[in-house]
Design a protein around this ligand. Structure first.
Ligand SMILES: C[S@@+](CC[C@H](N)C(=O)[O-])C[C@H]1O[C@@H](n2cnc3c(N)ncnc32)[C@H](O)[C@@H]1O
Length: 263
């Protein structure tokens, strides 16, 4: 929908400092980018860890190859280029056997699939978020169905756990973002498609539903948002959460050891 300025520089945190630095010149941005890997591996029990302000297409360059277990995101539906980028980036950063779930608008579905299929990801299936008051209205110009599609791809052969759907009782939560999503739906599928301590990536995090759900489930997360005010609201939302029942010990997977991130 193009309401954001893609031009501002990255505003990444200093690991362990608990505050966001200025990050407005190339040198500090490069330094901050060099810390993206360590952030990814750090404990995520502070809201600064894991939610970065900036253009996902730039920030994601610092993510090491095959370092993410699940990409779970809700892009701007009309931004077809974002879906193409997302799929291409997912096949680089996902571990083999990892998954990508992307919410999709119905009107743009043909173009979105056409943009994502060349990535080489394996098409798995489509999940449906059923809205609580499942309505369906159809006329010649506009269809309002009682459900929304989520596209499911994996890296590697088609496989996956049995996932039992359930009624998504509470519906989307718009109190943190105008396009806010349904934490119940996200909890169900992030829970199915990752293990405790796993790394979840949301390049278009908006009001932070993915970080909130990850914090709750004990998953590590890496989230990007281009609008600084929106990103701060997402951090505040994580900060204001009830503490999770447990916080998994951060581990240093051998995969990351010695990885030099791009600057
Ligand atoms: C549909 S919303 C995400 C909603 C979110 N899942 C929630 O529950 O609040 C998409 C978000 O992506 C952000 N966005 C758009 N283009 C971006 C880009 N290139 N990099 C980072 N964020 C971007 C928008 O500002 C918007 O907040």
């Amino acid at each position: 929908m193009g309401h954001c300025d893609n031009g501002h520089s990255a505003d990444l945190g200093t690991p362990g400092a608990g505050s966001m630095p200025e990050g407005n010149n190339a040198e500090s941005d490069a330094l901050a980018m060099a810390h993206l890997g360590p952030y990814l591996l750090g404990p995520n029990n502070t809201p600064e860890n894991g939610i970065y302000t900036g253009d996902a297409r730039e920030l994601a360059k610092a993510i090491p190859d095959e370092s993410v277990d699940l990409v779970f995101t809700d892009p701007v539906f009309s931004d077809i280029g974002a879906y193409g980028w997302l799929a291409a980036e997912a096949i680089r950063i996902l571990q083999v056997g990892g998954n990508l779930i992307a919410e999709s608008g119905k009107y743009h579905l043909p173009e979105i699939l056409a943009a994502m299929m060349p990535s080489g990801l394996t098409w798995q299936s489509m999940l449906a978020e059923v809205y609580p008051m499942a309505w369906a209205r159809v006329n010649v110009s506009k269809t309002m169905a009682g459900w929304g599609p989520y596209l499911w791809f994996s890296k590697g052969a088609r496989s996956g756990p049995w996932m039992f759907d359930r009624y998504h009782a509470n519906g989307p939560d718009k109190s943190h973002h105008k396009w806010g999503d349904n934490p119940g739906f996200f909890t169900l599928y992030i829970g199915y498609l990752s293990e405790p301590g796993g790394v979840i990536f949301d390049p278009f995090t908006g009001g932070g539903t993915v970080p909130v759900v990850c914090h709750h489930l004990g998953r590590r997360y890496l989230a990007f948002e281009i609008d600084p005010d929106v990103a701060q609201r997402a951090r505040d939302r994580v900060r204001d959460m009830q503490p999770p029942l447990f916080v998994p010990e951060p581990e240093q997977p051998a995969l990351f050891a010695g990885v030099k991130v791009a600057t």
